[in-house]
Design a protein around this ligand. Structure first.
Ligand SMILES: O=c1ccn([C@@H]2O[C@H](COP(=O)(O)O)[C@@H](O)[C@H]2O)c(=O)[nH]1
Length: 228
């Protein structure tokens, strides 16, 4: 199977809704299952809803290295293509995650989340981080690359800077995607599918513009077409 360029964020605790979304996008998008779905339904729910679709397990692990490595080992039987850790957990933690993920059979790809796309420079400043988001993303991306991760999660607005920092080999996964005219919601560093792909995104992550659409299948197909 060709790895999907589009993952739909199935952020719901309603299993029937998740199953309908999975059916609507089957065959041309993968499924990103995160803390809302996983907390409600666990590994069994992930397996049941995903079926044969590629799974991106977005639990954003952030803990000491030993604990994160254990969580990655525990996630491996779900056979996700990707899982996430927070880059701000540090190089040692990311390296422990990578070691555990690559020992799995099949190995799992580790993505490091740089700076959440829901944060802008004002939010970061209120967290005591005066450095602009672009510089924080660049620094975390470099650290994650040193730790050996397979890819990075960044906003569409940082793709070019991140690519220049880490080179061509890492997969750049980009949430904060909003088709023109759609509601940004809590996303503060967002862009359209076409702009994200033009900037060099490898994988787009889209949630509410698809999951809250009257016809999620049609919405996902339109985004896939725009992404090319
Ligand atoms: O920086 C990040 C990291 C992860 N996400 C996740 O992507 C989706 C986006 O959903 P939308 O409904 O399209 O906003 C969601 O599951 C987040 O947990 C992110 O948005 N930003």
């Amino acid at each position: 199977m060709i790895p999907p360029r589009l993952y739909i964020a199935v952020d719901t605790a309603d299993r029937a809704h998740a199953e309908r979304l999975a059916a609507a996008v089957h065959g041309y998008a993968g499924l990103k299952l995160g803390s809302e779905f996983f907390t409600a339904h666990g590994p069994e729910g992930v397996r049941a809803v995903a079926g044969d679709a590629p799974v991106f397990l977005d639990l954003k692990f952030h803990d000491i290295p030993n604990t994160v490595a254990g969580a990655v080992r525990a996630a491996a039987p779900m056979q996700p293509c990707w899982l996430t850790v927070h880059a701000s957990g540090g190089r040692e933690m990311m390296a422990a995650a990578v070691q555990a993920a690559h020992r799995g059979e099949p190995p799992v790809g580790v993505l490091a989340v740089t700076v959440l796309t829901s944060l802008d420079d004002g939010d970061l400043s209120r967290l005591g981080q005066a450095t602009p988001s672009l510089d924080q993303v660049r620094r975390l991306a470099a650290l994650a690359a040193e730790a050996g991760v397979d890819g990075l999660v960044c906003s569409p607005r940082e793709i070019e800077v991140v690519r220049a920092e880490v080179g061509p080999d890492l997969t750049l996964v980009v949430p904060g995607i909003r088709p023109a005219g759609s509601d940004a919601g809590d996303q503060k560093r967002a862009a359209t599918p076409a702009d994200a792909v033009a900037a060099g995104a490898d994988i787009l992550v889209v949630g509410r513009p698809v999951t809250r659409a009257a016809d999620p299948g049609a919405a996902a197909r339109a985004i896939a077409a725009e992404a090319g």
